[in-house]
Ligand binder design. Structure first.
Ligand SMILES: [Zn+2]
Length: 221
């Protein structure tokens, strides 16, 4: 089976995404890009993560053609493709509707440096783009552009996109973003958080780089 390992990883991380509460029902989607072939393995549309089998994962190319698979690809395939086209250094994209990230996206508010864990995105703040129709070319373009030099972006009234060199790091970043969003929500609801300074964030970002996009970055680090 073409891209068998990547297809299995999509199934595995889809279950993780649902199991860890980063997506509700069939919401959210994920993909892995093999840069050698330019092929993308992407989760299928509308199939429960716990029911998805490797053969349900769809293989597409960067010109949006379906290469293999009998299922419909995720409705956000254009979003995933656009990120791979714009960011040649990434190998995976995770899109979630995780609750706290989406709450800030509903407000049109960026995630701020309430905790150094945000440095996993390579920037001090996670920007938020305006609302665009899900599955649209407009959303794909605005998200990839709005992400800037960082590895994550909030989609207005919609959710989060997190990228990484591989699926483990993209997934870890999505989890870290949700952690930071939850912390920002909690801290702003009881007071005015002390934000980390630009200088502190620059140091944290450098430290993260020396971990080499650590796929296993957890809160305790
Ligand atoms: Zn979505």
């Amino acid at each position: 089976m073409l891209m068998q390992k990547e297809r299995e990883l999509i199934v595995e991380y889809g279950i993780e995404m649902s199991g860890r509460g980063l997506s509700v029902g069939t919401s959210g989607n994920l993909s892995i890009c093999d840069r050698a072939t330019g092929y993308i393995a992407i989760s299928p549309s509308g199939i429960d993560y716990f029911e998805t089998r490797p053969e349900d994962v769809v293989i597409m190319d960067l010109d949006s053609r379906i290469i293999d698979g009998s299922r419909k690809p995720s409705s956000e395939w254009a979003l995933h493709s656009e990120f791979y086209r714009r960011k040649p250094n990434i190998g995976a994209v995770v899109h979630t509707h995780s609750l706290y990230c989406t709450a800030f996206a509903v407000l049109g508010r960026k995630l701020q440096a309430v905790h150094y864990a945000i440095a996993g995105a390579g920037v001090a703040e996670i920007p938020c783009i305006p609302y665009y129709l899900f599955g649209s070319e407009e959303l794909a373009k605005a998200a990839a552009e709005g992400c800037g030099d960082g590895m994550a972006v909030l989609l207005g009234n919609h959710g989060l996109v997190a990228c990484g060199v591989d699926i483990a790091s993209a997934f870890s970043l999505a989890e870290n973003c949700e952690y930071v969003a939850k912390l920002q929500y909690l801290s702003t609801s009881i007071g005015k958080p002390n934000l980390l300074t630009e200088e502190e964030m620059a140091r944290a970002i450098e430290r993260f780089k020396s971990y080499g996009q650590d796929a296993d970055l957890k809160q305790e680090t």
